[in-house]
Design a protein around this ligand. Structure first.
Ligand code: NAD
Length: 371
């Protein structure tokens, strides 16, 4: 080892023994003026105290202004219960997104000949993602707690397809099925019904889920169990039922979980700890099942949307107008997403275009989670 290398090692060894900084460490010569620093003082000089110091851990809480932590804390006065079914408007298929076109694109994005199942497909993000699968060539089974709405949505998808593809020689088959995804019996019944009608399942998208904003101390335990039951158990139960079918059929397939950016960050200012934890579970479930089923050619990925403007988020924003400004101020793209913004992501992950992608989390959040 050369002399300079030895010297560097000696310096590193010495500096690693002495703590570089400690929280509110008292340094006899400077303690009165400044009780915390992570940078060494040079030649015993005490740097003058200024506003910027007040914004560091040298300052007392609140010393640099009322804005401290304003955009990085939850506010327990924000409370939003998931509304009753009749209080949520139905969604309509989006227009002008499908239809034959003459733009060249990769054939590997096509889902022709596939059967996709979308849980929570009666409305919101699930309905738009069902439409993406249909427009990409798949037949689709919509599964929802609300079977009547699922039926209307299934018909709406076929009608929209007809309108946008007047020359189509074959119409997509879109069916509606009841399931409470948090119940194993209900899930198995729905899967059996889908297999009877479609003969097989190739793709699964798990969009059944809901959020509530409650501070953790006040959140009723039974509501928390229900939230985890639908978001976590529901995702797991449907994935297992579909993977079992694929393995028995000795067929490959692709499963897409709908998580949320809330599984990676903590939203502010609305408190929603159980939802955030549930979505973190969904994300890691995708990674874990991807590894477990890779041998069978079953891919499992997660899409984590950011703030999307759906009936539910619209209701939350109508009730809390200040939230919209706070939310968009934290999004690098400066805008909330539209449900349509998930169409490409779900088609990519469901199709052969993503053949070597498994266990991934695809964030569709306008850049929220990278800042
Ligand atoms: N909207 C957003 O901004 C946003 C952001 C990130 C993630 N997400 C996630 O996307 C998914 C869809 O959200 P959305 O905004 O479209 O909600 P939504 O309320 O519009 O749609 C959810 C659908 O799931 C169904 N559902 C609820 N519980 C069910 C159950 N137990 N069994 C079967 N179906 C059930 C509902 O009937 C409804 O049709 C959820 O998992 C949500 O957490 C939404």
């Amino acid at each position: 080892m050369s002399t300079p290398q030895l010297l560097r090692q000696a310096v590193r060894a010495l500096s690693s023994q002495a703590p570089r900084y400690s929280f509110r460490a008292i340094q006899p010569t400077v303690a009165a003026a400044r009780n915390f620093s992570c940078s060494p003082y040079r030649f015993g000089k005490v740097p003058p105290r200024d506003d910027i110091d007040a914004a560091t851990t040298a300052g007392e809480p609140g010393e640099s202004g009322d804005h401290e932590g304003q955009y990085a804390r939850t506010d327990k006065s924000v409370r939003v219960e998931y509304p009753e079914e009749e209080d949520l408007p139905a969604s309509q298929p989006v227009q002008g997104r499908g239809g034959f076109h003459f733009k060249r694109t990769l054939a590997s994005f096509s889902l022709e000949g596939r059967v996709g199942v979308v849980t929570g497909g009666a409305r919101g993000l699930g309905l738009v993602m069902s439409q993406a699968l249909v427009e990409s060539g798949a037949d689709v089974a919509i599964v929802d707690l609300n079977k009547e709405e699922a039926q209307r949505s299934a018909q709406g998808l076929v009608e929209t397809f007809k309108k946008e593809n007047p020359g189509a020689d074959k119409l997509p088959k879109v069916t509606a099925h009841f399931a409470d995804v948090s119940s194993p019996t209900s899930v198995n019944q729905a899967v059996a019904e889908i297999l009877k009608e479609h003969g097989k399942i190739d793709n699964l998208v798990t969009s059944a889920g809901f959020t509530e904003n409650y501070d953790a101390i006040s959140y009723p335990h039974d509501r928390m169990q229900k939230l985890w039951g639908v978001n976590v158990d529901g995702t797991y139960l449907f994935a297992v039922a579909v993977a079992k079918h694929l393995i028995e059929r000795q067929s490959t397939g692709s499963i897409v979980f709908i998580g949320s950016m809330s599984g990676a960050i903590v939203n502010v200012p609305q408190p929603q700890a159980p939802y955030n934890a549930a979505k973190a579970a969904v994300r890691h479930l995708a990674a874990s099942l991807a590894v477990e089923w890779a041998h069978a050619g079953i891919r499992v990925n997660c899409i984590s949307p950011g703030y999307m403007l759906t009936a539910l988020t619209k209701k939350i924003l109508d009730d809390n107008p200040d939230l919209q400004k706070q939310w968009t101020s934290l999004i690098p793209q400066g805008k909330m997403g539209r449900p349509e913004d998930l169409m490409g992501a779900v088609t990519f992950l469901a199709s052969d275009a993503s053949g070597y992608v498994t266990g991934a989390d695809l964030r569709v959040d306008g850049g929220y989670t990278v800042t």
